[in-house]
Write a protein that binds this ligand. Structure first.
Ligand code: ATP
Ligand code: MG
Length: 426
C-alpha cells in the first residue's frame, strides 16, 4: 500500500532539528520576559470573517492564501494565517484592553497556501508581539530595541538590518494612492501582471513588487513621505530620534508599505542578506485602527511577527548554534540480568536527583553487554554505568569512560551520585 505523506509545505521538525528550535525559543522567551511581556495563547482556528475584516479583502492572504473550510454546522472557519487578528479578538473578548496598556506575545503555527520554497511554507511558525493602549513613538522604539537585543543574544546582529517607514494616516495614504495610480497609469502595460491587477485593487502593494522592470518604473514615482500628515511625520521623527539615542541602526525606506490593510504610521522590517529571496525575518508596524474596526473602542496598537523557520535557517546557515545545544546524554545506565534492571532504575533515579540538568538515559530492551555499550556510545554520553548481577550483589556499580582512554572503575552504590558528579566535572 502506498504510504501517506505529509502535506506539501507542511514540515515535520525532526529530533535533530528541535535543539535549534528550543535554543531560539528559549532566547525569545527570555528577552520578552525581561521586558515584561506576557504570553497569550489563542486557538489556531477562527471565524473566517475575523481575517476578512482585519487583514483586508484585497490582500494576498485573504484573496488566495487562506485555508478556509466549512465546519460541520456550516460556519466558515479559517486556519489562522497570522496572529494579530486573533490576539485582538481574544484581548477584546476578555476585556484585556479596557483602560489599560498591554504588552503581549504568542507563538505557534500559521497557515498560508503559498508556493512552498526555501523560507516559505504552508505551515510555518511565528512569534508575534502586540502592544495595546500606547500611541506614542516610545513603544515603537521599545519593540525595535527589544528585537535588536534578541539579535545580539542570538549572534545575528551583524547579519540583520532594519528598514523603517511611516505610511501615515489612511487619509494621507488615500491621497498618495491616487498620485501613485495617476503616475503608474502611464506605464500600465510595462508593469508585471500582478502589479497591473493591483493598480485597481491595492496600488500601494505595487511598491513591494520584486519585478525589476516595475522597480525601474517606480524609481521616478511619487514618494509616500511627500504625502505624510504632520502628526505622522512628527511621530516618525520622534521614533528615529529615540532609535538614534538607543544606538539602533536603521535605514528609512520610503517604499516600505507592508501587505496588510490594518497598518498605519510606523512600519518596519528586519531583513537579512544571508537567506536569499526570503530575507525578511521580522516585520510589523502600528495598527491603531484595528481594534475599533473589529468592534472594540479605539485603541492604539503596534506589533510585529518573526518568522521562526527563517530564523532557524539563519542560525544553521551561519552556524550560530552553540555546541552545548544538543540532546546528547551525559550518563547511560546499562543493566545485565533481571535484578540488575531493577537496580538500574533505582541508580538512574538517584543520578537524576544528584545531577540536576544532566541527561541520564536508562538502557531498555535488554541485549548483550556489547550491544548495550554500542547504544551507550551512540547516546553521546561521557560515562556508562555498568550494572550486572555481581555489582548488585556487592553493592557497587561499574563506571566506564566512553570518551577517553581510562580503565573502568568501581564505586560504592551508596556514593554513586557524588562520584559521578565529580567525574563529569573533571
Ligand atoms: P513575505 O513578504 O516574505 O511574504 P509577509 O509580509 O507575507 O512576508 P508577514 O505576514 O508580515 O509576512 O509575516 C511576518 C513574518 O513571518 C515574515 O517576515 C516572515 O519571516 C514570516 N513568514 C511569512 N510568511 C511565511 C511563510 N509562508 N513561510 C515562512 N515564514 C513566513
Ligand atoms: Mg507573504
Amino acid at each position: 500500500m502506498a504510504k501517506i505523506q505529509a502535506i506539501r509545505g507542511m514540515n515535520d521538525i525532526l529530533p535533530e532539528q528541535t535543539p535549534v528550535w528550543q535554543f531560539l525559543e528559549a532566547r525569545v522567551r527570555d528577552v520578552l520576559g525581561v521586558y515584561g511581556y506576557q504570553e497569550i495563547r489563542m486557538p489556531v482556528v477562527e471565524h473566517t470573517e475575523l481575517f476578512r475584516r482585519s487583514i483586508g479583502e484585497v490582500t494576498d492572504i485573504v484573496e488566495k492564501e487562506m485555508y478556509t473550510f466549512e465546519d460541520r454546522n456550516g460556519d466558515s472557519l479559517t486556519l489562522r494565517p497570522e496572529g494579530t487578528a486573533g490576539c485582538v479578538r481574544a484581548a477584546e473578548e476578555h476585556g484585556l484592553l479596557f483602560n489599560q496598556t498591554r504588552r503581549l506575545w504568542y507563538t505557534g503555527p500559521m497557515f498560508r497556501h503559498e508556493r512552498p520554497q526555501k523560507g516559505r511554507y504552508r505551515q510555518f511558525h511565528q512569534v508575534g508581539v502586540e502592544c495595546f493602549g500606547m500611541d506614542g513613538p516610545d513603544i515603537d522604539a521599545e519593540l525595535l530595541i527589544l528585537t535588536a537585543r534578541l539579535w545580539r543574544e542570538l549572534g545575528l546582529m551583524e547579519h540583520a538590518r532594519l528598514e523603517i517607514n511611516s505610511i501615515g494616516t489612511s487619509e494621507a495614504r488615500a491621497e498618495y494612492r491616487q498620485a501613485l495610480v495617476d503616475y503608474l497609469g502611464d506605464f500600465r502595460s510595462d508593469l508585471d501582471p500582478d502589479s497591473q491587477r493591483r493598480l485597481l485593487t491595492n496600488p500601494l502593494r505595487i511598491l513591494d513588487s520584486k519585478n525589476p522592470e516595475t522597480q525601474r518604473i517606480l524609481e521616478k514615482a511619487p514618494s509616500l513621505d511627500d504625502y505624510l500628515d504632520d502628526e505622522s511625520r512628527e511621530h516618525f521623527e520622534q521614533l528615529t530620534g529615540m532609535l538614534d539615542a538607543a544606538g539602533v541602526e536603521y535605514t528609512i525606506n520610503s517604499r516600505l508599505v507592508r501587505g496588510l490593510d490594518y497598518y498605519g504610521r510606523t512600519v518596519f522590517e528586519w531583513v537579512t542578506d544571508s537567506l536569499g529571496a526570503q530575507g525578511t525575518i521580522c516585520a510589523g508596524g502600528r495598527y491603531d485602527g484595528l481594534v475599533e474596526q473589529l468592534g472594540g473602542r479605539p485603541t492604539a496598537a503596534v506589533g510585529f511577527a518573526m518568522g521562526m523557520e527563517r530564523l532557524v535557517l539563519l542560525l544553521e546557515t551561519l552556524e550560530l548554534v552553540p555546541a552545548t545545544v544538543n540532546s546528547d546524554a551525559d550518563v547511560y545506565v546499562t543493566a545485565l540480568g533481571d535484578s540488575a534492571v531493577a537496580e538500574a532504575f533505582r541508580i538512574s533515579e538517584t543520578l537524576r536527583s544528584a545531577l540536576p540538568g544532566r541527561t541520564v538515559v536508562t538502557h531498555c530492551g535488554g541485549g548483550s553487554f556489547k550491544s548495550q555499550m554500542k547504544k551507550a556510545d551512540r547516546s553521546g554520553a561521557e560515562i556508562a554505568v555498568v550494572i550486572g548481577e555481581n555489582e548488585v550483589r556487592e553493592g557497587v556499580v561499574g563506571i566506564k569512560y566512553l570518551r577517553r582512554d581510562a580503565e573502568q572503575e568501581q564505586v560504592a552504590r551508596d556514593d554513586v551520585g557524588r562520584q559521578i558528579a565529580a567525574r563529569l566535572e573533571g
